[in-house]
Design a protein around this ligand. Sequence first.
Ligand SMILES: *[C@@H]1O[C@H](CO)[C@@H](O)[C@H](O)[C@H]1NC(C)=O
Ligand SMILES: *[C@@H]1O[C@H](CO)[C@@H](O)[C@H](O)[C@H]1NC(C)=O
Ligand SMILES: *[C@@H]1O[C@H](CO)[C@@H](O)[C@H](O)[C@H]1NC(C)=O
Length: 461
Amino acid sequence: MKLDVILLLCALFALSQQAPSSECECELTTSEKLFPHDKLEALEDSASKCNSDITPQQASELDILLLGLERRLPQLQEDVSILEREDDGQLYGVISLQVVENELVQINQLVARLKSATLGHQRLTANATQQLEKLKAELKELETYDTMQVVNTQQTNQRLKRDLDQCTNGLDPIPKPSQPPRGNCPHGQFLNITGPRVFTAGEPGSHKYGAWGRDPKPEPGKESWYWLVMLTSSNRFAHYVRLYSSLSSLIVGVSKPGNVMIHSANPTTNTIQGPNVVLYGEALYYNCYNQDTVCRFNLTSKTVTNIKLPIGTRFNSKGNFCHLDECYPFTDLDLATDESGVWVIYTTTQDFGNLVLSKVEEDGPLRLGQTWHTSVYKQGVTNTFMACGVLYATRYVNKEVEEIFYSFDTATGEERFNVGIFINKMSPNIQSLNYSPVDQMLHAYCDSFLVSYKVLFEYNR
Ligand SMILES: *[C@@H]1O[C@H](CO)[C@@H](O)[C@H](O)[C@H]1NC(C)=O
Ligand SMILES: *[C@@H]1O[C@H](CO)[C@@H](O)[C@H](O)[C@H]1NC(C)=O
Ligand SMILES: *[C@@H]1O[C@H](CO)[C@@H](O)[C@H](O)[C@H]1NC(C)=O
């Protein structure tokens, strides 16, 4: 009996020695696989690398080389024909021969550069395709971790929403007034602008007054097109829009597909008066000759429709942009584009020469939408532009600098006279200034130079 008790005590003692301390461990068993965060991070890295490897500059380099070649070849042809004319049967004109030889050397260099650029691009494309395939496969794999079906459901929701939108639009053909982004610009606050990003002399024999830019709502396939309108007569009038299929063709001044004529005569009814025009949705918006109206020239149908501005609107060079020394003639109406479409900035007698801003409803029949009255005097302003539903006005500081000094927010009605953002000019005068919502660039026409600046917003830098 005693032995039993002792054995029992021993056993208890041993047990107590083994008893767990106060720490406790839990083991969680789950049927789910752990989400591979490292894999996602690697994926993001490759995607951003892919993005930085392929830049628009590379495409435009190729474009410029091709254009150079295109210009060289006719020159060569001409020089060869001169050479042939000088052929006296035995001796060729030595000078012409040298010219042709020089041409050939340069063309050979161009071809060599083109070849190496093309090869580089092929390599890059092959590589990018490969990487994209890889990324796609990896993303598919990651989707299997989406056991809650979040992504799938989101995709279905997006599809449903799209269908619903199409359905509502189909049911409601009456165009609703377009809403400027109400106080919440997708890019955040307008902070600053960069130095010039594009600076080019435009076409030879260019005109002092004009405008240029990009259509924010182009037809498919024309996304990289640019347009140019020069006031070809008396610095006042124009009658055609010149189109370029890329930025590089604009820079080297080779217009393709060429000009679209509003009318063969200039000036005449419905041709362009004044520089501050814009292209939007394949239509040119401008102040038409000798009228207080906004004209819309449809580049496809080649027809003009117009909308009269309120009674009292100053026109025919009576309500111009000015600085201390001079006014810019025929700048009564300034057309502008931004994220929400087309705007017109002008002044009236009843507004005592202060800037007035109206939305141009361009969807369907042309008409004026809401109007805002500001307290900035137009003669103290050199130009204006719209960005994200906010009107900005500039003033002349000196030959090198223009200041964006004023803003008017159409969402809140708030006016500011202390914006204080400076534009470095490439020439003393800005004849037109317009914002491109596609790439947040400011396009300026400065004494026949074409200059552009990037707008720096809170979120796009
Ligand atoms: C192709 O991509 C790989 C990374 O996947 C990189 O190491 C290589 O340098 C790239 N080649 C070229 C020609 O860019
Ligand atoms: C705006 O940019 C210019 C140069 O582009 C710079 O000198 C200036 O300090 C900037 N201003 C602000 C407020 O960041
Ligand atoms: C321009 O004309 C074409 C063809 O008639 C038409 O389809 C298009 O909607 C018009 N564009 C505008 C902005 O009125």
